[in-house]
Write a protein that binds this ligand. Structure first.
Ligand SMILES: CC(C)(COP(=O)(O)OP(=O)(O)OC[C@H]1O[C@@H](n2cnc3c(N)ncnc32)[C@H](O)[C@@H]1OP(=O)(O)O)[C@@H](O)C(=O)NCCC(=O)NCCS
Length: 286
């Protein structure tokens, strides 16, 4: 849907827009919140449990993703000719539960043991309601096999590469940055990258620049807090709206590959993997 207010500065349209961080791994540190008329006010959510726990990393965060990503994408994300309007209540609740478990697994309960950073960023509208979200995760990318590994596989590879060293060498890598571990110990075609995923904005808030702001904040955190000089993402090649957004924000195509993606099985109330053409994009962060 085209916006009628495309050229109006974002700050005028959503004056009290907030971006919040939650689910941070222990190695992450924050710059103090920024306060500027033209910029959203930022708040690390681990210092603010009201937002951290009540907004994304909880069942209503899962509801937001189910409602606004899985069931409200212009792309058909339901299997076959299933329609969001026809989902039985029990399947809908099941989807939310599955989504919540996924959030907990990726961003929540392993927090203190996590080796690779993972975090969520939320955007609130002026009524303090969730308007959008995005997640960041460090994973291993293999440029030869054109693969972005899952977070759990990536963590296993990184951990194993250090564990297989002798005690003296292991000590040398004890506090090393993941990039250095990956570059030194993994095969030359593999490296650690930060990936942006789960970007979604509620349908009523779209085309107001919220996704662009979320990406901007994700880029800032990637550079300043996580210490990486580039941000990667995977987008389904058929998702024209998202690809246009990323191109506009300065992301370039790195490679294309067929990869497993999820689809909603509305009858079963869960998700299944299918293979889809995907595009890996990257933005260098100066
Ligand atoms: C894709 C999505 C995140 C965009 O969110 P948004 O807040 O509406 O995006 P923005 O307002 O920041 O858009 C910035 C620019 O991206 C491009 N863009 C965004 N949505 C677009 C659309 N539907 N069609 C074409 N271009 C689009 C435009 O260039 C836009 O600038 P403009 O409004 O000045 O023309 C949102 O539509 C969404 O949640 N979609 C469903 C989930 C999804 O596909 N996520 C991406 C997963 S990789």
């Amino acid at each position: 849907m085209a916006s009628t207010t495309m050229n109006v500065p974002v700050a005028l349209r959503i004056p009290s827009f907030l971006l919040l961080l939650i689910g941070l791994a222990p190695t992450v540190s924050f710059a103090p919140p920024r306060r500027a008329a033209s910029a959203p006010s930022l708040r690390p959510a681990h210092q603010d449990h009201r937002f951290g726990w009540n907004r994304l990393y909880n069942p209503s965060g899962a509801k937001f993703i189910v409602d606004n990503f899985w069931l409200s994408s212009p792309q058909q994300l339901l299997l076959g000719d299933q329609s969001a309007a026809d989902i039985p209540d029990s399947s809908y609740m099941s989807l939310r539960n599955v989504q919540f478990s996924d959030l907990q697994e990726k961003y929540g309960e392993r927090l203190t043991q996590r080796k690779l950073d993972a975090l969520m960023i939320a955007a609130l509208d002026e009524e303090d309601e969730l308007a959008g979200m995005v997640t960041l995760e460090v994973v291993v990318m293999d440029t030869q096999t054109k693969e972005l590994m899952s977070a759990s596989t990536s963590e296993f590879r990184i951990t194993q590469s250090v564990a297989s060293l002798g005690p003296k060498q292991r000590r040398e890598f004890k506090n090393a940055h993941v990039i250095d571990i990956a570059n030194e110990l993994l095969p030359p075609t593999q490296t650690a990258v930060v990936t942006l995923s789960n970007l979604c904005v509620s349908p009523t808030s779209r085309r107001k620049g919220i996704a662009a702001q979320l990406c901007g904040e994700a880029e800032r955190i990637t550079r300043e807090s996580l210490g990486y000089s580039a941000l990667h993402l995977r987008v389904e090649s058929s998702n024209e709206a998202a690809k246009r957004l990323y191109e506009k924000l300065g992301y370039d195509v790195v490679f294309e590959s067929v990869a497993p993606v999820l689809r909603v099985d509305a009858n079963a109330g869960g998700f299944i993997e299918i293979d889809s053409e995907t595009t890996i994009m990257k933005k260098e962060l100066s």
